[in-house]
Design a protein around this ligand. Structure first.
Ligand code: 3PG
Length: 210
């Protein structure tokens, strides 16, 4: 079976807010605030007890938003996330068993890698769009430029250390499909319920690629 392709999801919205939601009650207003600023593809990390419920609430109540599950680290996360309504899955790194489970999942995945060998192992399974994480710590733009020559068919979604200052430079690279990051929804603004600020940051992030 062919691996599902996440590129159509990312083409709609090449800046993906990465959200770590501690209180599920904040999930819907947060997704709505990001959508109002033009960011309709979001990732909710499975790092909190509230994450699965947050995915369920967004999926049921914010129809304009495509919600994915991030920080997928175990095969057992996959079913839980899809049942809650996750439309795609993201992993920070991808050991072999997780890679096989993601390849067999019913929704597209963006599996994480940080080296040529990891990228090649994922390409062997049929993945063509990979997360590059943690991008800034692992060589950033220079790594992406270097990998494009030997692995020209692969597209990357770099995350980790990307913000309003460097997002445009990443998105200008031919092998970057999208960028992810927490900067459109800073933890302080989420904690304060400052959704107007989040909408403004989303609008600015959206404008990075028009
Ligand atoms: C993460 O895993 O937290 C994401 O990659 C976001 O990283 P950032 O907070 O550096 O944007």
């Amino acid at each position: 079976m062919a691996v599902s392709d996440p590129l159509p999801l990312l083409a709609k919205c090449p800046v993906v807010p990465v959200l770590t939601i501690g209180d599920a009650k904040k999930a819907v207003p947060l997704a709505q605030a990001l959508l109002a600023g033009g960011l309709g593809t979001i990732e909710v990390t499975l790092r909190t007890d509230a994450a699965i419920e947050a995915i369920r609430l967004i999926s049921q109540n914010v129809p304009g938003t495509i919600v994915g599950a991030g920080t997928v680290t175990r095969s057992s996360d996959i079913d839980k996330a899809i049942k809650a309504g996750a439309k795609y899955l993201v992993s920070p790194g991808t050991p072999a068993e997780l890679a096989r489970a993601l390849a067999a999942a019913s929704v597209p995945s963006i599996p994480g890698c940080a080296s040529a060998s990891e990228a090649m192992a994922l390409a062997d399974l049929g993945f063509r769009t990979l997360k590059f994480f943690p991008a800034e710590s692992c060589g950033g733009i220079s790594w992406l430029k270097s990998i494009h020559g030997p692995l020209p068919d692969l597209r990357f979604c770099p995350t980790g250390g990307i913000d309003a200052k460097n997002a445009a430079a990443y998105l200008a690279l031919p092998n970057v499909a999208a960028v992810g990051g927490s900067w459109p929804a800073p933890a302080a603004a989420v904690a304060a319920g400052d959704y107007a600020r989040i909408t403004n940051l989303a609008r600015e992030a959206k404008a990075v690629r028009g």
